[in-house]
Write a protein that binds this ligand. Structure first.
Ligand code: ADP
Ligand code: MG
Length: 314
């Protein structure tokens, strides 16, 4: 196993467990458990680039933002950058401590605040779908709608802002991430799929109000780096057919063609397993050797082919 580069996309449960409020202690405890897994892979000889979701964290930052007028509220791209910094710090800190514990101190670890280019022409901008931030009453929502935002009523629970979820096109910081990974650093980047930016005709970048899917952003990163493997770690051990039905069965290995066919049959729900399978298919179709969807606690077994669902070329 010589130095294979693995891009790992960590799911929400790597940082926050269902039912937790998101205190610093809770998040650090989860991140610590995640980092133990990561260092185990490092000991096995893999080079590792990590990406992660940021939904709950950015949601909390938005609530903090709106809780006071004493300081100006920040736009969503800056909230996204804040969340990358906060999660990056927790991971750097926990990785450092785990490396020291295993006598591997000095191993380089770095977070890269990452921007992801999306297309200004992406159809998603015409139809915002992704809810962000807390619920509000109708009066508040109406005022925001008049100001040009899109808000939707959510099944009696109140009103919520929705933003577009465009397809990631390009990772702006790809080259610096590549250099760090080449030098064997554990790199934490592209959090929350990356901070969405559009490229202006003069080449400059502009932050936009949008949310990128973290699995699709992770695929752009993995393909851009020419990673050997792309691994999505979540809270289920394998991808299932007929998920949640009595006929449910778990899959251990699929070719891209098989995955694409099952996708058409509607086995993978939008917003959860759908983007994961899509991201894995794109990675393999772009030349990747294999993509894996599995559980965080079985990462090593999944790499060895003993756990998870592998999506492989024909
Ligand atoms: P993450 O934060 O890791 O991205 P998600 O909640 O977005 O997690 O996606 C993982 C969830 O996808 C699982 O907890 C499971 O409930 C759901 N899921 C939907 N369809 C499937 C399927 N076909 N097989 C397995 N899990 C599925
Ligand atoms: Mg998800």
């Amino acid at each position: 196993m010589g130095n294979e580069l693995v891009v790992i996309a960590l799911g929400g449960n790597a940082i926050l467990q269902p039912g937790q409020r998101g205190t610093a202690e809770e998040q650090l405890e989860n991140v610590r458990a995640t980092c133990r897994q990561v260092v185990t892979l490092l000991e096995e000889g893999y080079r590792i680039v990590l990406t992660h979701g940021n939904g709950p964290q950015v949601g909390n930052i938005i609530i903090q933002n709106q809780a006071t007028d004493a300081v100006p509220a920040m736009p969503m791209d800056i909230c996204g950058a804040e969340s990358q910094g906060l999660i990056g710090y927790m991971m750097q800190h926990s990785l450092h401590n785990e490396l020291v514990r295993r006598g591997m101190d000095g191993w380089p670890v770095a977070s890269v605040v990452t921007q992801t280019v999306v297309s200004a022409d992406d159809p998603a901008f015409r139809k915002p779908t992704k809810p962000v931030g807390p619920f509000y009453d109708e009066e508040y929502a109406r005022r925001k709608i008049e100001a040009g935002e899109t808000w939707v009523e959510d099944a009696g629970r109140g009103w919520r802002k929705v933003v577009p979820s465009p397809d990631p096109v390009e990772i702006v910081e790809l080259e610096v991430i590549r250099q760090l990974a080449r030098d064997h650093a554990i790199v934490i980047c592209t959090g929350g799929g990356g901070i969405p930016v559009v490229r202006e005709p003069d080449g400059s970048l502009r932050g936009v109000e949008a949310v990128i899917d973290k699995d699709l952003g992770g695929q752009r990163l993995a393909t851009g780096l020419g990673a050997d493997l792309f691994m999505i770690l979540t809270d289920v051990a394998r991808v299932a057919l007929d998920y949640g039905k009595p006929t449910q069965r778990f899959l251990s290995r699929l070719t891209v063609a098989e995955a694409r066919a099952l996708q058409k049959e509607g086995h993978f729900r939008p917003g959860s397993m759908g983007p994961k399978v899509e991201a894995c298919c794109r990675f393999v179709e772009a030349g990747g050797k294999g993509a894996i969807i599995g559980s965080l606690m079985e990462a090593l077994d999944a790499l060895a082919g003993r756990a998870g669902t592998w999506i492989v070329p024909a």
